[in-house]
Ligand binder design. Structure first.
Ligand SMILES: Cc1cc2nc3c(=O)[nH]c(=O)nc-3n(C[C@H](O)[C@H](O)[C@H](O)COP(=O)(O)OP(=O)(O)OC[C@H]3O[C@@H](n4cnc5c(N)ncnc54)[C@H](O)[C@@H]3O)c2cc1C
Length: 598
């Protein structure tokens, strides 16, 4: 951190940094001036930068990755957007409204007392939440539509909750999948940025890693960045031998940039499992030592610490949104690459000891509740128990690369979703993943589960075949009644009242052991890191605040780095689709504010 008021930009190269610089390359200390420097070329950075540059600001975007990684996490994302009362919902008969969505949000967020009255650390998160839900029910969709974004007509029902009204969950389906998934959402902003670049109003500097914020008289006036060796690793094709390896961190130069405004758009901490473990609230146990990573390596969280050193306040660091339903990617693109199963509600969910997770921790109901149930135990995994038909109907996978039909806007391929059988990427996991265990009998299934985890009779984590058979029998007996009292069975039946669920997402309720739906399947699920809900504390225009609540002049934050607004727009839980949506909303608000800020 540079706090000296007389920071000399001529002496940019620090002794520590120069010691790391690759000797093979020329080292250059450069000085560059801009109105706005944006750190991060992910979705939030792109939205902010294009709005500010479009309004006449000279903007430079820095990113530590290669130009092929433009769009950051959003490019890899499913592009699911939380939108309210849309034409897509109405066509499906879904009755939604701002009031309903806001009630759902408050029930999920569980903001600290006082937030609504403008008191306490949640006060800005609360206000950002209100403005986000207003936008989601208001002009966010029309604005994106005017930029050419379109949506898959079958709106999905994420985070169903299952608690009493006033608790967590979406009352209705609101997850709008972008046509073209993540890349389809990034495209209009990337195109606009390229246009502004040609006009000389916006400049990209890739392979620039910011290591320090420069302060002059208490104001953030610029950044110091290392220039990294050119390396396209992350977005490389399957044939590229560097695929799955982190990009090079060899330093070939340094640069210092001065600006009236510096915007932190650097994402969260999902690729830094040590940090995630360290920050996890001990009241809900521990994040396991073995976890999969649901985000690219660039989501390293380092920039949050750099901002903090410069005097920014980080709030709600223990609020995170990781998933319990991760499976290891057979073709990894980044370190410990995991994929999230987006499950339908029918699978039995068992902990590592073979006990059913309590109600309402059913697949797709309360991701964080299920995760916390697991972190309170001593194991790093849990199990879905199902059969081939349930897998084929209910398993979807998150991310652009696992949905080639939607990502590639390939209608013939997409049509296969309504046909019997699993979609291609799910079928590939079913065939190739060592975590998908197939068996004709429950005894054989239990034996395979124990073999995978090396559990022996009497050891912790050993699955007892008789107990497993009894869970399945009791569940199947409920299903056979056609009614039943088991809340999962009841909720699964009710889900089929929604046309999309009945048609493509929820299997007809039948016994798991029904031979015509077999064979049986057990899937080992691991914890998958993903989103950071807390972040840099910001006011309602995105200006970063200090611990005392006053503005840290010159510094702004957007997207995941800002906890998607105000340092924690979600409170404790998310309704899904609110992350890419939050990047666009914060980028839009802050991008506009930067055009009027001095
Ligand atoms: C597989 C996957 C599926 C997802 N699906 C959905 C979904 O359907 N719906 C939804 O709402 N959300 C989804 N998300 C989450 C969402 O995509 C992210 O939360 C969001 O895109 C974060 O955007 P961002 O701009 O804040 O940060 P990022 O996309 O992380 O961008 C930050 C950029 O900053 C750069 N950077 C970091 N530190 C530095 C530094 N020191 N110097 C220079 N550059 C730096 C990084 O290289 C990166 O390019 C998904 C995420 C993934 C990975």
């Amino acid at each position: 951190m540079t706090t000296k008021s007389d920071a000399k930009i001529e002496n940019a190269t620090s002794a520590t940094a120069s010691a790391e610089i690759s000797s093979a390359e020329a080292v250059k200390a450069d000085i560059v001036k801009a109105d706005v420097v944006v750190i991060g070329a992910g979705l939030s950075g792109l939205v902010t930068a294009t709005l500010a540059a479009g309004a006449g600001r000279r903007v430079i975007i820095l990113d530590q990755e290669h130009k092929d990684s433009l769009g950051g996490q959003a490019w890899w994302s499913f592009g699911g957007l939380f939108l309210v009362d849309t034409p897509e919902q109405r066509r499906l008969g879904v009755k939604d409204s701002f009031e309903l969505a806001w009630d759902d949000w408050l029930g999920s967020a569980n903001f600290a007392p006082g937030a609504a009255e403008g008191i306490g650390p949640d006060r800005y998160g609360y206000a950002w939440a209100r403005s986000f839900v207003e936008a989601a029910a208001g002009d966010l969709r029309p604005w994106l539509h005017s930029l050419g974004v379109r949506w898959f007509p079958f709106v999905q029902w994420a985070e169903r909750g299952g608690y009493l009204v006033g608790g967590h969950g979406n009352s209705v389906p609101r997850f709008h999948i972008t046509w073209g998934t993540g890349p389809g959402l990034v495209a209009p902003f990337a195109a606009r940025a390229r246009e502004l670049e040609k006009q000389g109003r916006l400049e990209f500097r890739f392979r620039h890693r910011v290591t320090e914020l420069i302060k002059t008289d208490g104001k953030v006036t610029g950044v110091r960045a290392q220039i990294l060796q050119d390396d396209a690793a992350i977005r490389a094709s399957e044939e590229f031998e560097g695929r799955g390896k982190p990009s090079s961190r060899d330093i070939v130069g340094e640069v210092e940039l001065t600006a009236n405004a510096v915007v932190v758009a650097s994402g969260g901490i999902g690729a830094n499992p040590e940090l995630a473990r360290d920050r996890w609230n001990p009241e809900v146990g521990k994040l396991p030592a073995r976890m999969l990573h649901g985000v690219p390596d660039s989501t390293d969280g380092a920039m949050l610490g750099i901002a903090q050193q410069a005097g920014a306040a980080l709030v709600h660091e223990d609020r995170m949104w990781h998933y319990p339903e991760g499976i290891a990617n057979h073709s990894p693109v980044w370190t410990k690459h995991g994929i999230r199963i987006l499950p339908g509600p029918s699978s039995l969910w068992l902990d590592a000891e073979g006990k059913r997770l309590p109600a309402p921790l059913f697949p797709g109901f309360d991701a964080l509740g299920a995760l916390q149930h697991i972190t309170k135990g001593e194991h790093d995994h849990s199990w879905f128990i199902l059969n081939k038909t349930i897998m084929e109907t209910e398993f979807a996978l998150s991310g652009s690369e696992q949905n080639p039909d939607l990502t590639g806007k390939d209608i013939p391929l997409l049509a296969q979703r309504v046909l019997p059988g699993a979609v291609g990427p799910v079928a590939k996991f079913a065939k190739e993943s060592p975590e998908f265990l197939w068996a004709d009998t429950v005894t054989e299934l239990a034996a395979k589960m124990n073999a995978l985890t090396s559990a022996t009779p009497g050891s912790s984590g050993h699955i007892d075949a008789a107990e497993l058979a009894e869970h399945i029998r009791l569940r199947d007996e409920q299903v056979a009644t056609g009614l039943g009292k088991d809340p999962q069975v009841v909720a699964t039946r009710a889900a089929r009242d929604f046309w999309v669920d009945r048609r493509i997402r929820v299997a007809p309720p039948r016994p798991i052991t029904d031979a015509k739906d077999g064979p049986l399947l057990a899937v080992r699920l691991s914890v998958l890191t993903r989103k950071t809900l807390g972040g840099l504390w910001c006011d309602l225009s995105g200006r970063v605040l200090k611990e005392d609540g006053t503005v840290l002049d010159g510094l702004w934050a957007v997207g995941e780095a800002a906890g998607f607004g105000g340092g924690g727009v979600h409170g404790h839980r998310a309704l899904e689709g609110t992350f890419v949506g939050g990047c666009i909303h914060t980028g839009r608000v802050t991008g506009r504010a930067l055009t009027t800020a001095g």
